[in-house]
Design a protein around this ligand. Structure first.
Ligand SMILES: Cc1ncc(COP(=O)(O)O)c(C=O)c1O
Length: 403
């Protein structure tokens, strides 16, 4: 992977801020010119409405949207583009399924104690309304998924397993195929929150045999405000749409409505056309880079940083310690400092941008009595030199400010 060449595609690295060291891609990634151009092209050349009007501009929009759907399908190993629903983010996809799935009375939903709020709050709401019973699979201190605890929790009343594929703080990934196979043996469907997996390594939904898979495009070089909900063909028509309105229906009369088949059934109201078209460009770009190589690159950078801080006694990395189990995430704390202080100081002294706080995983931190953590996340445009500067800045902070 030629990182220096790739960096030339990202306007941020030729802006006045070109010397920033951006290590916050797990929150939101930078965007290459190819994506920005695709978005602009929509506004400059065919800024019309898709799927409704029949004139030439509208037709071009409709074609571009369906092309983007095909590209996304291919990107995640889905052979039928009609199984791809465009949402506004991962959160919306997870909510559509949580609120719209036909749970039988008394059904349980299994999550873990390491979920992002987006795969936690919808289930708390459903539980509070008496629609489901929400149960958590506990995670041991190692941070690794406990398959035995999962087997124990997978009782006959579990109708759905809804879990984070790759965790947004620890970087750990659950053994998807085993989790899915065990759930299917018990007749439960599986939804994976792919917000931190889809941007970083190859995904094959059909090979995993996962029933539902959701992710956000702004973490994978695409525009803000677009997400993807994939679900198996036989499952989608059984889910009630969260929104009703224009574009999602075939015919209505004063008393009743006939919804269109998926995916339109879930895409009520005018879509974020430029965003969806930009999504197609983002997927093209990532495929050009190669997802295997991208994953390797992130792991290499993570190893470099993890090795670099080994002798900093006041700096602790959240488990697991082995960087090869943390994909492209480096979560840490410095003794005597809040994570926000670390993030502000490192930006001030070295222009390094990292995330701090509880990362929308409040229950995880509160149950472990930790205030939060700082988190660096690596992506395709980060270099080894940037990582060495990051380590150097951490050393300076530890020497100057830690207790
Ligand atoms: C693991 C995980 N799930 C869900 C989300 C929610 O994504 P969004 O806010 O784009 O819907 C995030 C965002 O950081 C995440 O990291």
């Amino acid at each position: 992977m030629d990182v220096e060449r790739l960096r030339q595609d990202f306007p941020i690295y030729s802006s006045p801020d070109r010397d920033i060291i951006y290590l916050d891609s797990a929150c939101q990634s930078m965007r290459p010119r190819q994506v920005i151009d695709a978005i602009n092209e929509y506004y400059m050349e065919y800024p019309a409405c898709g799927g409704r009007s029949v004139h030439r501009l509208a037709t071009r929009v409709s074609i571009k949207i369906e092309e983007a759907r095909e590209k996304v399908a291919e990107f995640i190993g889905c052979s039928d583009p009609q199984c791809i629903v465009f949402t506004k983010n991962c959160t919306e996809g997870l909510n559509i399924v949580a609120k719209g799935y036909p749970f039988p009375k008394g059904a349980a939903v299994l999550t873990t104690d390491m979920e992002h709020n987006s795969n936690h709050v919808p289930w708390l709401q459903m539980h509070a309304e008496g629609m489901i019973k929400h149960r958590l699979v506990p995670t041991p201190p190692s941070g690794l998924f406990d398959l035995e605890a999962y087997k124990d929790a997978l009782t006959a009343d579990v109708a759905m397993v809804s879990m984070v594929h790759t965790n947004n703080v620890t970087g750990t990934t659950l053994p998807a195929k085993e989790v899915i196979e065990l759930a299917h043996d018990r007749k439960a469907v599986v939804m994976l929150d792919g917000a931190q997996s889809a941007p970083h390594r190859p995904i094959d939904v059909e090979d995993m045999d996962v029933d539902v898979f959701c992710f956000s495009v702004h973490k994978m070089l695409g525009p803000s405000g677009v997400g993807v909900l994939y679900a198996k063909k036989e499952l989608l028509p059984r889910i009630e749409p969260l929104l009703g309105g224009g574009g999602s229906v075939g015919m209505t009369d004063y008393e009743s409505v006939e919804f269109l088949p998926p995916p339109e059934r879930f895409e009520a109201g005018l879509l974020n056309y430029s965003g969806v078209i930009g999504t197609g460009a983002a997927v093209d770009y990532l495929r050009g880079v190669g997802m295997e190589e991208l994953a390797e690159h992130e792991k290499r950078l993570n190893r470099l940083v993890s090795d670099g801080v080994k002798d900093m006694e006041a700096l602790t990395v959240l488990d697991p310690q082995d960087p090869s189990l943390r994909e492209g995430l480096f979560p840490f704390n410095i003794r005597g400092m809040t994570s926000h202080d670390v993030a502000m100081i490192i930006d001030e002294i070295a222009k390094v941008q990292i995330r701090s706080g509880m990362h929308c995983m409040h229950p995880f931190f509160r149950s472990r009595k930790i205030d939060g953590c700082a988190r660096a996340s690596f992506y395709l445009y980060n270099t080894e030199q940037e990582c060495r500067k990051f380590v150097e800045a951490l050393g300076h902070i530890v020497d100057t400010f830690s207790s």
